[in-house]
Design a protein around this ligand. Structure first.
Ligand code: SF4
Length: 383
């Protein structure tokens, strides 16, 4: 989920409550995407929270108090969960803002989604991992999936949903990012959430970018956000450092020259300008300082609590402990919130604003408080 969110920062106290609770309602999914964090399979795993336990979890989320966190019902494919409509209805009656993160399968049917819409579910996130059918279909493992995804995006927007497109950046699709941005602008998608790969689950076998390439992509995303789509990142909190640096850049100055950016940035920026022309507005890239376990918490299909879906360090279980107690009192989450990091992140001037991807630090070093090896800062003077 997002490393930044437009919610009013003055209202946020991340020591007390997250702004986002992700609940992996099920691991079941009819797709088997190459980078799937959950290594989802076609049937539910044993131990999934029952309908009654799911309802109890909703009450636990509401018990964080006001303002309540946004509840993102994810998976696997949340539409594989038979009681999903009941859960959404209960969440809404408890005053929660409920968002859905479904897979594009025949279950994502217009009539079914209309029932969620009538409950007040407004935000849907859909994955699109390339601008060409062959790229997206290869990631999703299903021929024709690209076309079905575009079709779903069109009717979801037509039906009044606020649609967020999720794209996981990897070596196989990075050169298409400008084309994805142009596609989203053409479709009228308001929000683009760009995931920087963390090598967990099936993602362990997918090639990630170098720190210098991550830096190029972050600068490109600032450029993309100037064309009418709000850009957020996941597992790339260093994007906030880049956004801050770009805000301080004098009008007309070249980001490539000022920040020593590479060929990847040049290609993406040129392609973006070729497709969309000069920028039309100031950057739309929010910068609230969330990170895994700070403003964000994740509940797995079996009730286990994690700092995020990409950081497999269990903190407790909602079957035996209140989610708010786990979130507020976990020593690991307290250390994350206080910025007690090692390596470059520990001594970094952007430790509070950014703090690095705790998930990537863990995947690379086994220490969730270690440095984020995906960041260029401190390797060279990047910003
Ligand atoms: S070194 Fe760590 S804290 Fe500093 S900008 Fe990079 S990821 Fe963020």
């Amino acid at each position: 989920m997002p490393d930044g969110d437009p919610s009013g920062p003055g209202r946020l106290d991340f020591a007390q409550r997250p702004i986002l609770v992700f609940w992996e309602t099920t691991r079941a999914c009819l797709l088997s995407c190459r980078h799937c964090r959950a290594s989802a399979i076609s049937r539910p795993l044993p131990g999934e929270l029952s309908p009654a336990e799911g309802q109890a979890l909703l009450r636990q989320v509401a018990a964080f108090g006001s303002p309540p966190p946004v509840l993102v019902l994810t998976g696997g494919d949340c539409l594989m969960r038979p009681d999903l409509l009941d859960l959404a209805a209960s969440g809404r009656s408890l005053g929660l803002r409920v968002c859905l993160s479904p897979s594009v399968t025949p279950r994502l049917a217009r009539g079914r989604l209309a029932r969620f819409r009538s409950l007040g579910v407004r935000v849907i996130s859909i994955s699109l991992d390339g601008a060409r059918a062959c790229t997206h279909d290869a990631v999703r493992g299903v021929p024709g999936h690209f076309d079905r995804t575009l079709e779903a995006l069109r009717w979801l927007i037509e039906d009044g949903f606020s649609v967020q497109v999720n794209t996981t950046v990897m070596r196989d699709n990075v050169e298409e990012l400008a084309d994805v941005a142009a596609l989203l602008v053409a479709l009228g998608v308001p929000t683009w959430e760009v995931f920087f790969l963390v090598q967990v689950g099936r993602g362990e076998r997918v090639a990630q970018l170098t720190p210098a390439e991550n830096e190029d992509v972050c600068h490109f995303l600032v450029d993309a956000s100037r064309h009418g789509v709000l850009v957020r990142t996941v597992e790339a909190p260093f994007f906030r450092r880049v956004v801050q640096a770009r805000r301080a850049l004098e009008d007309g100055a070249s980001p490539r020259e000022r920040f020593g950016l590479g060929e990847l940035y040049r290609r993406l920026q040129q392609r973006l300008t070729g497709l969309l022309g000069p920028p039309v507005r100031r950057p739309a890239a929010p910068s609230v300082a969330t990170r895994d376990g700070m403003g964000v918490v994740f509940v797995a299909h079996d009730g286990a609590v994690f700092p995020s879906g990409f950081l497999p360090v269990p903190l407790g279980n909602v079957r035996t402990e209140a989610l708010a107690e786990v979130y507020r009192h976990s020593p690991l989450l307290q250390a994350i919130r206080h910025g007690r990091f090692g390596g470059r992140c520990g001594g970094c001037e952007f430790r509070t604003l950014c703090g690095g991807s705790r998930a990537r630090a863990f995947a690379a070093t086994g220490d969730p408080l270690g440095e984020d090896p995906g960041c260029l800062y401190g390797v060279t003077a990047a910003a």
